[in-house]
Design a protein around this ligand. Structure first.
Ligand code: PA5
Length: 444
């Protein structure tokens, strides 16, 4: 197994008896999920994706990635929420948060359409000057404002640079197989299209074309990522809660939630985990935060954030627990240099690998936070490989489905996301929103 849960640092907060007591709830949630009898059961396509995917499209994704790699040096991925977080998380986790600055034979990748910032659009446009560019616009609904505006922007740039026919060869569209304005437009314009399956929601879509095309463009081995997810699908079909770490994770976080620990902090110890934290936050926040319920998902990267949020975690309000990601196999041999003068007194660390120093920082923090009243779930990931990451992605998706049903919510919808959109459209004067426009403007 590429990922293992250690409950050593929650023992003083959650007893084995409490886990046994909540097991019937876990089993009921698992049955609801696996028998497809719960709310949102039409959105469970992600459960079988690692083995049951469109093989013809998968081959087309690989071919399109090769074409993009050979025809551009700057690739713009346009999407928001589940339509970009997974791809960005995987690229940064496996390559680097500094991917664009690294020596490589794959294009730079910029993510756009995930905000409403004119300055951000200007910056990416400026970066395109003198470079060959391709774009992948991703939107399941095909109507989301942020990516739609960015698509207008960069499509105009491509058409000016390469002409309408040339631009067509550089635009790749990932959207619904039949519905939405983006699909209609792509078909009319003749862009190559990829499908977001009907039964896979945005935040569960990283292993569809949504994530796979940008991930492949970055030169990451798709078969390994999918293989890891398939390993997890198999290993995590174990029905015994005590032997199935995804179920156990769902059980522990629900026990802690019921005890008033309403904030879960995902803790990474490597900068490359930052965007994975963002993906994880969307997965859990959008799946569970509804009907007045749900853990608030937060994240930190230590030791960096020990110097900003560490104080609060150590001794602020005792409403949180931590889920710590420990990547077990170091991916660097960097060590602390020896200094004959030893002016800083650090020679006791001389020649010690940074990974070992980091591990001691993690162990010291685990003990301090537990002593401070913060339960710590530890997830030990074998290594920083595509296979292990695929396993971890599936682990969190499965645990999220189970945990959401344990909470009594529909983990697969996101009705709350619509509220701001309606207000924004009304305030912008979109036709059809006239009545709301007056009411909202009067309140500002
Ligand atoms: O998880 C989700 O469903 C959302 O985050 C969506 O991915 C996000 O709102 C973007 O939607 P769309 O892909 O329809 O543009």
């Amino acid at each position: 197994m590429a990922l293992k849960l250690s409950d050593k640092f929650i023992k003083s907060f959650v007893s084995d008896d409490e886990i046994k007591a909540i097991t019937p709830d876990v089993n009921a949630a698992v049955a609801t999920l696996r028998n497809r009898t719960g709310a949102g059961s039409e959105m469970l396509g992600w459960m079988d994706l690692p083995v049951n995917y469109d093989k013809e499209e998968y081959a087309r994704i690989k071919a399109a990635a090769k074409k993009i790699q050979s025809s551009c040096d700057l690739f713009i991925v346009i999407g928001i929420g589940g339509s970009y977080l997974g791809a960005r998380a995987v690229v940064e986790f496996l390559k680097s948060p500094r991917y664009n600055l690294m020596k490589k034979d794959t294009p730079d990748i910029y993510f756009s359409g995930c905000n409403i910032s004119g300055g951000d659009l200007d910056e990416i446009l400026a970066l395109c000057e003198g470079r060959d560019v391709c774009i992948n616009v991703i939107s399941k609904s095909g109507t989301t404002t942020e990516p739609a505006v960015a698509f207008r922007y960069f499509r105009a740039m491509l058409e000016k640079k390469y002409g309408v026919d040339g631009a067509r060869e550089r635009i790749f569209v990932t959207t619904d197989k039949a519905r939405g304005t983006l699909k209609k437009f792509a078909d009319e314009a003749g862009f190559e299209t990829f499908v977001v399956p009907d039964d896979v929601g945005g935040r569960f879509s990283v292993l569809t074309a949504v994530g796979l095309l940008p991930i492949a463009v970055a030169g990451i081995e798709l078969d390994e990522l999918m293989g890891g997810a398939a390993d997890a699908r198999k290993a995590l079909s174990e029905p015994d809660v005590m032997k199935n770490d995804a179920y156990k994770y769902a059980a522990i976080r629900n026990i802690l939630y019921r005890k008033g620990k309403a904030v879960e902090i995902f803790v990474g110890y490597e900068p490359y985990e930052q965007m994975f934290c963002e993906w994880w936050k969307q997965l859990y926040g959008e799946s569970e935060g509804k009907d007045g319920k749900g853990l608030y998902p937060s994240s930190v990267i230590f030791s960096t954030d020990l110097h900003s949020l560490g104080q609060y975690v150590q001794s602020g309000m005792r409403t949180m627990f931590e889920t710590v990601l420990d990547v077990e196999t170091p991916d660097s041999n960097a060590a602390v240099p020896y200094d004959p003068a030893n002016i800083d007194g650090l020679n006791f660390l001389a020649d010690m690998k940074m990974s070992e120093v980091n591990r001691m920082a993690m162990n010291g923090t685990l003990l301090a936070h537990v002593d401070g009243g913060v339960p710590n779930i530890v997830l030990r990931l074998k290594d920083r490989s595509a296979r292990s990451l695929g396993y971890m992605i599936y682990f969190f998706e499965l645990a999220c489905g189970v945990s959401g049903y344990m909470l009594g919510v529909n983990p697969f919808d996101q009705p709350g996301v619509e509220a701001y959109k309606k207000n924004m459209f009304a305030l912008l004067g979109k036709p059809g929103y006239e009545e709301m426009t007056e009411q909202l403007r009067a309140r500002l």
